[in-house]
Design a protein around this ligand. Structure first.
Ligand code: CA
Length: 508
């Protein structure tokens, strides 16, 4: 960083591109993040359930991270971690808390260093975005059709399908950007978040498909802690009539309608070839999984289309060469693995984030990286890309060396995870744990129960080895590592039994 950049940062001043000095200006950063898009629903990750040709373009022209994880697998906490580079206990968002926008964020640092910064789409942090030259956010979760947006100047409704509209707003930001500055755009899709509402065209197309079931859909939870049995995020038991898009009786209104939609049905009447048929038991279970996945994947397809639309726009405007494009999701998602939907748990389908990055001239096309990456790394990475020093209080590391195909000495061999929202919306038990390259140890502190998995021999995490006499030496080592990380990251249990403020759902 040159002296004038450092001075401007210390004074909080904006800079124009010429102040980046004699070196070429840093690249633009287009950070595209969807909500709840699991890696196992991206064909570049070997999806068995769908095809995502536009996301695959990023993978073939750039790099796929195979071990990138959220350190608290739920929406608002992941977003707060991404912009601060800090774990939940230090950024004040362990659950759905209002984000204190006065704290430092990577957007503020980039803006002060001369980037033109924008935030478009799902924000879900309860306070107005700070550090952005322009922002246009969904209120709370937002809606799929004719969504409202909050902006500095007020609220406006934009007709259309939310994934298309967010893309339009992102392209609008790019079209208006000052030509003499690099840009940093966070383009955040709402899809494919529950309640999985696709466009009519994709709904109809996916309704005809038969989606393969995952091997662990009928997991019996043997050997595992009570948390899996207790949670209410099960495909067969917990999807509501609303989730399943069942048609309510025409005369229901208001509260009665809401109650009807919230029922978790144990029998469903469908019409096949003009004949009415009542589904129950295993037949109903199979049907529920199909309904869930058809709509989820139909939502993903619009995300893929719209990523393609932005990539085409970059091509048409000569911006492809000097723009880093990242595609990720705020966490993973259960697509029926362990019989579940939603996220929260430290199991692989939920904590693993897809992460695809194209960076022409720096990343070797078609490369794959399996070093452990975590979402606190994103902010330090953006700082590094911009040529800025990493602030001492960020807890991640720049991923830039990994992008270059290197594995620096001392790169992490484990990471710390902590989920707080208990009982939350799905009666999911709070837990913390450690994952290494080969193993995972999970502690459900309110249950005082443990799980340990061998991820090499048991990648589906079906056999809890915590009580296996042959594993006790390894369990002890993992415990030592867990508490070493917990201390190093300054997690002193400050949010273990309380949540600092009311939820933000429904607010911004
Ligand atoms: Ca999410």
């Amino acid at each position: 960083m040159n002296t004038s950049t450092a001075l401007a940062l210390s004074l909080g001043l904006g800079l124009s591109a010429e102040l980046f000095g004699a070196t070429p200006p840093p690249p633009n950063i287009l950070f595209i993040m969807s909500d709840d898009h699991a890696a196992q629903a991206i064909s570049a990750y070997g999806s068995k359930v769908n095809q995502t040709p536009n996301l695959d373009r990023l993978a073939s022209a750039g790099m796929r991270l195979d071990r990138c994880f959220a350190v608290n697998s739920i929406c608002s906490p992941s977003r707060a971690t991404i912009i601060t580079g800090k774990y939940s206990h230090l950024n004040g968002v362990p659950t759905f808390n209002r984000f204190d926008g006065s704290q430092p964020t990577v957007a503020k640092y980039l803006q002060a260093a001369g980037y033109h910064t924008g935030m478009v789409g799902k924000w879900h942090l309860g306070s107005d975005p700070t550090g952005f030259d322009e922002w246009s956010i969904l209120p709370g979760q937002g809606v799929y059709f004719d969504p409202a947006f909050l902006e500095r100047t007020g609220r406006r409704v934009i007709p259309g399908y939310v994934t298309d509209v967010i893309t339009d707003l992102g392209i609008g930001f790019l079209e208006r950007r000052p030509a003499n500055k690099p840009f940093f755009l966070m383009l955040h899709h709402k899809a494919p978040h529950r309640s999985w509402e696709p466009t009519e065209a994709y709904r109809a197309e996916f309704a005809k498909r038969k989606i393969p079931e995952p091997a662990t859909l009928r997991d019996d939870y043997a050997t595992r802690a009570d948390a899996l049995r207790q949670c209410r995020q099960k495909v067969f038991e917990d999807l509501t009539r609303h989730d399943l898009k069942l048609t309510p009786p025409a005369d229901l209104k208001g509260q009665a309608l809401a109650q009807w939609l919230n029922v978790k049905p144990t029998e469903v009447e469908i019409t096949v070839d003009g004949q009415k048929k009542t589904l129950t038991g295993e037949e109903l279970n199979r049907w529920k999984y199909q309904r869930y996945m058809q709509d989820y994947l139909a939502c993903v397809q619009s995300v893929d289309d719209n990523v393609g639309r932005v990539l085409a726009w970059l091509d048409q405007h000569g911006l492809t060469t000097n723009t880093i494009v990242i595609y990720t999701s705020d966490q993973g998602f259960f697509l029926g693995e362990h019989g579940l939907y939603d996220k929260r748990f430290m199991y692989e389908p939920s904590t693993r984030m897809p992460f695809l990055i194209r960076w022409p001239g720096v990343i070797k096309p078609g490369s794959v990286q399996d070093a452990l990456a975590i979402n606190p790394d994103f902010a330090p990475t953006f700082m590094d890309v911009a040529g800025l020093p990493m602030p001492a209080d960020m807890q991640g590391r720049s991923l830039v060396p990994l992008f270059k195909g290197q594995r620096p000495d001392g790169w992490r061999t484990s990471f710390y995870y902590r989920y707080y929202h208990d009982p939350g919306d799905h009666n999911t038990r709070a837990h913390y744990g450690v994952r290494t390259q080969t193993h995972k140890l999970i502690y459900y502190w309110k249950l005082d129960q443990w799980e340990m998995f061998d991820l090499v021999r048991d990648p589906d995490e079906m056999r809890n080895l915590y009580s296996d006499p042959a594993q006790q030496e390894l369990v002890a080592l993992l415990k030592t590592e867990l508490f070493r990380l917990k201390k190093e990251l300054k997690d002193d249990d400050q949010y273990a039994d309380r949540e600092p403020s009311a939820g933000v759902d429904g607010a911004r």
